[in-house]
Design a protein around this ligand. Structure first.
Ligand SMILES: C[S@@+](CC[C@H](N)C(=O)[O-])C[C@H]1O[C@@H](n2cnc3c(N)ncnc32)[C@H](O)[C@@H]1O
Length: 545
């Protein structure tokens, strides 16, 4: 089957068969065409389908060539008029010959369709199509975290963002067409910039000086705020590494106060492939020497009482979740198909699952680590959420066991209470939480930016406990603050309770390295780690340096 027949099959097949467009193409071995080419063709054609439908209908193509299907005609006309190399078939191939003979007619229709949209050029029309296809993402800024391990805000303002005008409101970054930059008032080293200008091609991006990370995704590490007196840090679910590298940057930022011993970040990632991405990101961000990656390691199998983790004072838990808060996750351009009868065009909704049946929409929920569930009913969604929340609870309960731990942040990019406040309430009721004195950190004790963040946890879902609800932090896609839907809860250990249980130690009873005593620089990128506690690094196979 040719590239075009395979692409036409994808465009017209049911969303219940195989999940999102990406997974239907990349996880399906039945296709003979290169997956990248197939994906690009289907995506670009969908993007252009409103215009191409007018072109095909205006040229009466389906009337003149009755053997052509609507999907096939869209794909071929797309490549004929818009692809650099034209139609990817041999010159004498029947399909190519059949379409090319209408080139003049189709080109004129394209010009008409462009002029109807008042676009001065094909380039301008292309920008318009890209913007329309960006879906909800177009209404959000591009958040950029400046990586303190490699650069500084000052340096980036003078270089990468030198041509940007300063915006005083986040809305200006979204609505203005030219380049604007907004300094975030909550999270240090974070800026929002106008979308549509490719930052991935900049030197700052390719050298790890800037990291594209949604504002809300910066909350967990900032809220955890690991300092020199927090010992080692665990990132329990680390890939691709946005929060791992943020933790490293914060640790280094607190370097002025200095720790008595080098601090290590243990970054667990149970998926081997994703661990490779994590490794690359940690290396690029300049935090490799302070991070040990547990590639393929399940955090739930880590022994809290092992010698290795005896100095772990802080844990960041950002487990797999439904991903319901992610902006643009499911956005795919709406597919317009020319009708055989030119009077009516068909509109197909392309959901996360790909093209749907006519005017129908079948939801596919994709977890933030890629697992897809076709939501044939509310009960299916509910069941998936319960499974996720059980896993999230088990992760938190496991984290509560680490003997020296005094701080934890738990986060999801889900908006469902069952994965958020309900998880918090369930773990607070647990035996280990009560025994070891874990509670939610009150809002007034949180770092300034998080204390001042206006959107808090759901009171009802916290059983009416205002202190707990206020201690939790939320964001919603549509709250006008320019961020994705997110949830973070900070936990701390209540010293008094822990001491009463004979388990904890008061700060003044803690060893020097955990109570902030002693002054020594944090391990530098190039430093060799010759600390005694690290001598057995090589014996412990799970983590690689
Ligand atoms: C939400 S993503 C983490 C995103 C990451 N914190 C960041 O900001 O870049 C969840 C990750 O946790 C991993 N994961 C899930 N369960 C795990 C477990 N029990 N132990 C270690 N990693 C786990 C998944 O493979 C996935 O890569």
């Amino acid at each position: 089957m040719s590239l075009y027949h395979e692409a036409a099959d994808i465009l017209t097949s049911s969303p219940s068969q195989g999940g999102s467009l990406k997974s239907r193409i990349f996880k399906n071995s039945k296709f003979r065409s290169p997956p990248n080419q197939l994906y690009a063709l289907v995506l670009e054609t969908s993007k252009w389908s409103p215009v191409l439908t007018e072109v095909i209908q205006g040229a009466d193509l389906l009337k003149l060539e009755r053997k052509l299907t609507p999907a096939l005609s869209l794909l071929l006309v797309h490549d004929l008029l818009l692809a650099k190399g034209g139609i990817a078939l041999p010159k004498a191939h029947g399909l190519r010959v059949c379409i090319e003979k209408y080139k003049g007619r189709l080109s004129s229709e394209l010009t008409r369709a462009r002029l109807r949209r008042k676009s001065p050029s094909l380039r301008a029309l292309k920008l318009e199509m890209n913007k329309a296809a960006a879906g909800e993402e177009a209404n959000y800024p591009r958040w950029v975290r400046i990586n303190g391990l490699r650069s500084s805000v000052e340096e980036q303002l003078e270089t990468t963002f030198a041509g940007y005008s300063r915006a005083s409101r986040i809305q200006d970054v979204v609505t203005k067409a030219d380049r604007h930059l907004y300094m975030d008032p909550h999270v240090p080293n974070l800026v929002a910039v106008t979308r549509g200008f490719d930052l991935t091609a900049t030197e700052a991006y390719t050298s790890g000086k800037i990291i594209l990370q949604d504002k809300a995704s910066c909350f967990p590490a900032y809220l955890l705020d690991p300092g020199p007196d927090d010992g080692d840090v665990i990132d329990a679910c680390a890939a691709p590494g946005n929060k791992t590298t943020h933790l490293a940057s914060i640790l280094r930022g607190h370097g002025a106060a200095s720790a008595s011993r080098p601090q290590t970040i243990y970054a667990f990632e149970k998926d081997g492939k994703r661990a490779e991405t994590l490794d690359k990101m940690v290396t690029l961000a300049g935090s490799k020497s302070m991070t040990q990656i547990g590639a393929g390691e399940d955090f739930l199998n880590a022994d809290p009482h092992s010698d290795r983790f005896k100095n772990v004072g802080a844990l960041l838990l950002d487990p797999s979740c439904s991903g319901s808060g992610i902006v643009g996750r499911d956005s795919m351009p709406e597919l317009h198909l020319p009708a055989p009868n030119p009077k009516a065009s068909h509109r197909h909704t392309v959901t996360a699952a790909g093209a749907g049946a006519e005017d129908s929409e079948l939801r596919v929920v994709r977890d933030d680590d890629g697992i897809e569930t076709v939501m044939s009913s509310d009960a299916v969604l509910e069941k998936r959420l319960v499974t996720l929340s059980e896993f999230q609870v088990s992760l938190l309960l496991h984290a509560f066991e680490f003997p020296a731990a005094r701080k934890i942040t738990y986060s999801t990019c889900s908006v469902h209470a069952v994965e958020n406040e309900q998880v918090v309430m369930a773990v607070l009721r647990s035996e280990v939480a009560m025994k070891r004195g874990w509670r939610v950190l009150r809002r007034e004790r949180q770092v300034d930016g998080m204390k001042n963040w206006p959107v808090r946890g759901l009171l009802d879902a916290c059983g009416g406990d205002k202190a707990i609800a206020d201690g939790c932090i939320r964001s919603y896609k549509d709250d006008g603050l320019g961020v994705m839907g997110f949830f973070v809860a900070p936990f701390v250990r209540d010293d008094a309770l822990a001491v009463a249980a004979g388990e904890g130690r008061r700060r003044e009873e803690m060893p020097m390295e955990l109570n902030g005593g002693g002054v020594q620089g944090i391990q530098d990128d190039d430093d060799d780690d010759d600390d005694d506690d690290h001598e057995d690094d090589d014996e412990w196979k799970g983590f690689s340096d």
